[in-house]
Design a protein around this ligand. Structure first.
Ligand SMILES: [Zn+2]
Length: 247
């Protein structure tokens, strides 16, 4: 049994953590980072997210057309972006498109802003259209664990304006489930509250059968046994652990 402190740390880490204005990162995140591509060595993501992003871009033949614009940011960088945007664009714009330091998914290393290759790319609002390689990426993204994090029509839930360029790694099979059900991360985590270990959410993808459940971090992680040998645990940054099992 892990100590209470270790469980608390576990609850704030992993691909399913919620990071928004109401759920800031508990402390400056220190993900294991990797460049998304040798061509853009300055754009970093959490290691698994970086590899899946590269694989998805390659699968849709988007190597020439899709540019990773912004990945992991330190808290200091997020602060600088906030300050610069506030100065240049004013408060209303900044509140709509820039997260407060500590409340940005970019600090987790799980978020990536993508743009279409062009001579000039807008750093805050890159153009990432629905057609061509960008459109193909959108359609393939869920299979690689990515979701469009701030879709149109969900502004009331996410608190963020529609951002067609901002993708978030949540991993498989969660991205597929969210996409199929039309849920944003806030709604998905709420849904999982209805699925304790005795009543897991079931999902099939290809040859795999998944069971997903949520338990309070304080209950410990021993409450959900392995199933077919495979199990993954992520915190949700709201006091819970999401256990994903598959066979
Ligand atoms: Zn972004």
């Amino acid at each position: 049994m892990k100590t209470a402190l270790a469980r608390k740390a576990l609850a704030c880490a992993g691909p399913l953590i919620l990071v928004n204005g109401d759920h800031p990162l508990a402390r400056e995140a220190a993900p294991e980072l990797e460049p998304v591509h040798p061509r853009w060595p300055q754009v970093l993501l959490e290691r698994r997210a970086a590899r899946q992003l590269t694989a998805c871009i390659r699968a849709v033949g988007g190597g020439e057309d899709i540019v990773p614009v912004s990945g992991w940011r330190s808290r200091a960088e997020q602060q600088a972006i906030w300050d610069d945007t506030l100065r240049a664009e004013g408060e209303a714009f900044t509140r709509s498109y820039v997260a407060r330091p500590g409340c940005s998914e970019h600090e987790s290393g799980l978020a990536i802003d993508l743009g279409r290759a062009a001579d000039e790319i807008d750093f805050i609002r890159p153009d990432f259209p629905e057609d061509g390689a960008c459109g193909a990426f959108r359609r393939a993204a869920a299979g690689y664990g990515f979701i469009l994090r701030y879709p149109a029509g969900k502004e009331g839930v996410t608190g963020i304006a529609h951002e067609p360029w901002h993708f978030r790694y949540v991993g498989a099979p969660h991205a597929e489930i969210m996409t199929a059900k039309g849920l944003v991360l806030e709604e998905y985590l709420e849904l999982l509250e209805e699925h304790p270990p005795r009543r897991p959410l079931r999902f099939r993808s290809g040859i795999y059968e998944f069971q997903i459940c949520r338990l309070e971090a304080a209950e410990g992680e021993g409450a959900s046994p392995r199933w077919g040998g495979c199990r993954q645990i992520s915190g949700d940054n709201r006091g819970g652990l999401i256990v994903t099992r598959w066979r």
